[in-house]
Design a protein around this ligand. Structure first.
Ligand SMILES: Cc1cc2nc3c(=O)[nH]c(=O)nc-3n(C[C@H](O)[C@H](O)[C@H](O)COP(=O)(O)OP(=O)(O)OC[C@H]3O[C@@H](n4cnc5c(N)ncnc54)[C@H](O)[C@@H]3O)c2cc1C
Length: 618
């Protein structure tokens, strides 16, 4: 007889996998109105970016190109709550974002293992929750696979491919002449912490002995801030089937490299005061099954800039194609083939060509191996996740399937929604609100007309922000009173500032402070019929780039007044628009419950001292 529990659930959208793609997919689906579940097989969210793997979130190269939307929101929240870049606090930021999101249910420590089908359609997935010994059956209208390894391809018959394409198949000159099953490998990472005194490291007997630089060519360049991504094996095996054997090999390699750095490397003097802060136990994975969608993004699409009509996200990392032999390869561990930044990614690469209610996002989208070598970075994966989640919510609202959104009005709505939610689509311009277009721009500062250009970031040598001294205002006036439901504002969070977590802890590394350009305190004022400006909204602790403010007011004018930034003497604003209809998607986070209130809900009987304490003393 089995003692395990069984529970059945029904959702609109079920997201499998809680890496950066899955997090953004789940949050955007829930925020856009779908009753959503996220199933994550680890105790924390973040995938390769979590404290369990500790990989940097990278994205598009180049000035002003950083990914925004939910990723920027999360990273700014992290800088606010976690200014010293502590990984446990980062896990907490991710958990909080998901936990406090209305419309979203979390299944942590819960591994999706199977699916129930009705013909080609997925009806439900089955998942095992390790901690509670519970089988969950989760029904949904749409599924988004963000598991990296495409678990739903293994159990639904969804078309996918693995390995490297032959050069001739898509005319990709960075691919091998013959197709093969080789991939990029898995890695365990190391973090060091600088201390004030020498730190010894004795290698366990099972660690490999790296004897000289000849064993690690092109790999180590100091320990200060070093990122050990090249501790990589598994590309010659199957990174799913052989995952456990690959982990064991990585353990021997990783401890061996610690031993080498501390005890034998030419850099060992520099490393003398560095202590080993952390060594991973869960290998990060780079590549395995890639789904096949209506479009397969190729190296040439990337090189041509990805000018797709159905653009829903962009990439901009080089085609960073690791050698499949990883650390066994004595040459350079990767080749950075140039890619333009940004290049567009089409929606047709995010849904299955043969399973009609399946979307995907992250490193498993419909791309060739060559294109994956660029699209796999987590900044890009986060944008793909937000696009897939938003698409799923629109499908649910209108009873459509993912393919129905690939053209025409449904596609335009998807693109518009993403841009309103602060995702940049490089070949498109966001339409500013009717009230902004019909108003007269008023106020001081510089370049107020830029508030109407639909561009929410600077471009190279081209500013797109209104700029004003603290105390200065900018806004709109109308010839008569208008109804204003709310306002949308986009502040300057400095898209050239690194917002990632550290790969090691140097002694003097400063705090991860919020960008000085970001507005901290501001107020909105409405103009009444008597010509008086009165405050209708005030914020004193803003730490976000996008703000949607409900107002529900009538006025002849609306203006923004900058009060304080996180450091700079001037405030910058990419967008400020009064709205006819304002939908506030990011929840207002409640004050935490007081513990005494929580305790007061527990019955007095359960709070009696333990019986042994009541025994009379002898
Ligand atoms: C060592 C290393 C270095 C890298 N360097 C960088 C870098 O510097 N910058 C960068 O941006 N990217 C880097 N990458 C690439 C990047 O980390 C991945 O491409 C990216 O994490 C993919 O994001 P994802 O959300 O698709 O998947 P993941 O981050 O892998 O997240 C998927 C999540 O789904 C969960 N999951 C899997 N199967 C199931 C299941 N059956 N049920 C429930 N949950 C499941 C996994 O546990 C995981 O948490 C690196 C990767 C590695 C391994």
């Amino acid at each position: 007889m089995s003692l395990s529990h069984h529970e059945t659930h029904a959702f609109d959208v079920c997201v499998i996998g809680g890496g950066m793609a899955g997090i953004c997919a789940a949050l955007s689906a829930a925020r856009n109105g779908a009753k959503t579940a996220i199933v994550q097989d680890r105790p924390v969210f973040g995938g390769n970016a979590s404290s369990e793997v500790r990989m940097w979130i990278c994205g598009a190269h180049g000035e002003h190109n950083k990914e925004t939307g939910i990723l920027e929101e999360i990273q700014l929240e992290n800088q606010y709550l976690n200014p010293r870049g502590n990984y446990s606090l980062w896990d907490g930021v991710l958990w909080g974002k998901i936990h406090l999101q209305p419309n979203l249910t979390t299944f942590l420590n819960c591994s999706c293992t199977d699916a129930e089908m009705d013909g080609q359609k997925i009806v439900a997935v089955k998942a095992w929750e390790l901690t509670s010994q519970t089988w969950h059956k989760i029904h949904a209208k749409l599924f988004i696979d963000c598991s990296g390894d495409s678990i739903l391809a293994a159990v639904t018959g969804a078309d996918f491919r693995t390995g490297r394409e032959a050069r001739a198949e898509f005319n990709e000159d960075i691919q091998p002449h013959q197709a093969d099953a080789k991939t990029m490998g898995n890695s365990l990472l190391i973090q060091f912490r600088h201390t004030e005194e020498p730190q010894q490291f004795i290698a366990p007997a099972w660690a490999y002995k790296f004897e000289s630089t000849a064993d690690l060519p092109f790999r180590i360049n100091g320990v200060n801030g070093h990122n050990f991504w090249w501790l990589e094996v598994g590309g010659l095996q199957d990174t799913i089937k052989d995952a456990e054997a690959i982990r064991d090999e990585l353990m021997r390699i990783t401890y061996g490299v610690c031993d080498y750095i501390k005890n034998r490397a030419p850099e060992r003097k520099e490393a003398e005061n560095w202590a080993i802060e952390w060594i991973g136990a869960l290998p990060g994975k780079r590549e395995n099954r890639r789904y096949l969608g209506d479009h397969i993004l190729t190296q040439n699409d990337v090189r041509d800039g990805g000018r797709f009509d159905d653009i829903i996200a962009y990439g901009g990392w080089s085609m960073d194609d690791h050698h499949p032999a990883g650390i066994y390869f004595p040459g350079k561990p990767t080749i950075f083939h140039p890619a333009p930044s940004p290049y567009g990614i089409p929606y047709r690469s995010l849904y299955s060509r043969n399973i009609p209610n399946l979307l995907f996002a992250g490193r498993n989208i419909s791309v060739t191996h060559a294109a994956l070598s660029s699209t796999r970075v987590m900044g890009t994966c986060a944008l793909l996740g937000q696009a897939a989640g938003t698409a799923a919510a629109l499908c649910v609202r209108d009873s459509r399937l993912p393919r129905d959104l690939s053209s025409g009005a449904p596609l335009r709505e998807l693109q518009r929604t993403l841009m309103e939610d602060d995702c940049w689509l490089p070949t498109l311009t966001r339409e500013v609100s009717r009230l902004a277009r019909q108003g007269t721009v008023i106020g001081g500062g510089k370049d107020a007309a830029l508030l109407l250009d639909g561009m929410d970031r600077d471009r190279k040598d081209e500013g797109h922000a209104w700029e004003g001294a603290l105390g200065e205002s900018v806004g709109f006036e109308w010839s008569q009173r208008v109804k204003i439901d709310g306002a949308r504002l986009v502040f300057d969070s400095d898209l050239n500032l690194t917002k990632g977590m550290p790969s090691s802890y140097p002694s003097k590394k400063g705090a991860y402070s919020l960008p000085g350009s970001l507005v901290k305190a501001f107020r909105l004022e409405a103009l009444d019929d008597a010509g008086q400006w009165r405050t209708v909204f005030r914020e004193t602790q803003n730490h976000q780039r996008l703000a949607c403010v409900p107002l529900a007011t009538e006025a002849r004018g609306l203006r923004f007044v900058a009060e304080e930034t996180w450091g700079n003497p001037t405030a910058r604003l990419f967008a400020f628009e009064p709205l006819d209809r304002c939908s506030v998607k990011v929840p207002a986070y409640p004050e935490g419950d007081t513990f005494s209130e929580v305790r007061s809900k527990i019955s007095a009987k359960d709070l009696e001292p333990a019986e042994s304490v009541l025994l009379p003393k002898k």
